[in-house]
Ligand binder design. Structure first.
Ligand SMILES: *Cc1c(COP(=O)(O)O)cnc(C)c1O
Length: 382
């Protein structure tokens, strides 16, 4: 039984050696000419963008990817001046000029974005690097096939005027995490035809790309010139249908741990936490875990979330509150300060982020990404 007190209430341990190993594993899955863009949006899925970006680059990533321009600019400001950084979620009025000055690769999904980026290029007197995004079937961001010729023509005109350079053509899958889903082949066909149109029209992209983690892992024909893994780099399987982390040769990077704040004896029939949804079946010991939904523990996992305390996995008893929840220790003697492990790589029998996803009816992506700012990230394996 490991009851070593932790230095603080709770922490998310981030194993950078595991992250580097995952990047090397993913690199080994793609042909040598295929580049790897480490997706570090949303603070690297809750793992810490700058540290994870540095580790991914050290292990062979050559690009970084973020959603918003602000995330990309923050990486540059943190000293990541060399790598290519692409960002894809632009909103009218966003900082295009700063993006140009920072040398970002900026995604353009429609004419409004092309108009804003060309205006910023005129204003700064510098050529913008843009990547045209095709909606090949996801139905989210990206340019519809029917509107593609007009966007391509306008981009070529801006290129001829020296305002932009089209560095990439790209898209994103809807169902790559469901191997065999008919939309996968359909999206690849549409992507090839949209690429064909753009290239015949005269676009000369440096990179063409569509593969997220599941496509990187299962779909070599989708690798093109670059792959964009996110979740797999953090050692979490995109979906149980694709495999477990271990089965995919990946190691979970984040371990979420807390120190048990209080242990006490209670009689049988005692209600536990708001609403008394749990009532002790008999005399027992309760352990208080000082993490709650303000820290990203899903309230939806009330009565279900698994936690390793001592040498046994316990279940959240009653509701998850804002700052804390309770586990029934079934009479076991546990000292205050003992370690409670919510999820980790599983070496000691602790649950996985996927177990929490199952308990909260969500996906493991959400479990790691939502861990709140109040939980310090502690880096190991530098
Ligand atoms: C988040 C994201 C990725 C990475 O997806 P994973 O499934 O985590 O690998 C890749 N590309 C785009 C456009 C994204 O938004």
């Amino acid at each position: 039984m490991n009851q070593t007190p932790l230095p603080c209430r709770a922490r998310a341990e981030i194993d950078l050696e595991a992250l580097r190993a995952n990047v090397r594993t993913l690199r080994a899955r793609v042909a040598p000419h295929v580049q790897l863009m480490a997706v570090v949006k949303a603070d690297a899925y809750g793992h810490g963008a700058v540290r994870c970006a540095e580790a991914a680059l050290a292990a062979g990533a050559t690009w970084l990817g973020t959603a918003t321009p602000h995330e990309a600019l923050a990486l540059r400001a943190a000293g990541l001046t060399e790598p290519r950084i692409m960002c894809w979620l632009w909103t009218p009025g966003d900082p295009w000029a700063e993006g140009i000055e920072a040398g970002l690769d900026m995604s353009v999904s429609g004419l409004w974005a092309l108009a804003e980026v060309t205006a910023a290029a005129r204003e700064t007197g510098r050529r913008a690097r843009i990547q045209l995004k095709a909606d090949t079937g996801l139905g989210r961001n990206g340019c519809q096939p029917a509107d593609w010729p007009e966007l391509v023509t306008a981009a070529l005109k801006a290129e001829a005027e020296g305002l932009v350079r089209v560095t990439g053509l790209w898209s994103h899958f809807a169902c790559a995490d469901e191997p065999g889903h008919p939309s996968i082949v359909a999206q690849l066909d549409t992507f090839r035809s949209m690429l064909g149109h753009a290239e015949r029209a005269g676009i000369r992209p440096e990179v063409r790309h569509i593969a997220n983690s599941p496509a990187t892992l299962t779909l070599p024909e989708a690798h093109f010139d670059l792959v964009r893994p996110g979740i797999a780099m953090y050692g979490v399987s995109p979906d149980p249908a694709i495999g477990t982390s271990a089965g995919l040769g990946l190691r979970p990077v984040m371990s979420l741990k807390a120190s048990v704040a209080l242990v006490k004896q209670v009689p049988g029939g005692h209600g536990v936490s708001y609403g008394h949804h749990y009532v002790t079946p008999g005399p027992t010991t309760l352990g208080l875990v000082p993490l709650g939904y303000a820290d990203g523990i899903p309230r939806h996992a009330s009565q279900r979330g698994p936690v390793l305390v001592g040498d046994r996995v316990r279940t959240v008893a009653g509701r998850v509150a804002m700052d804390q929840f309770v586990v029934d220790l079934s009479g076991d003697e546990v000292e205050p300060g003992a370690e409670a492990v919510l999820f980790g790589p599983g070496d000691r029998g602790e649950p996985s982020a996927q177990d929490w996803a199952d308990a909260a009816d969500t996906i493991a992506y959400e479990i790691v990404t939502r861990i709140g700012a109040r939980v310090p990230r502690v880096y190991v394996g530098e």
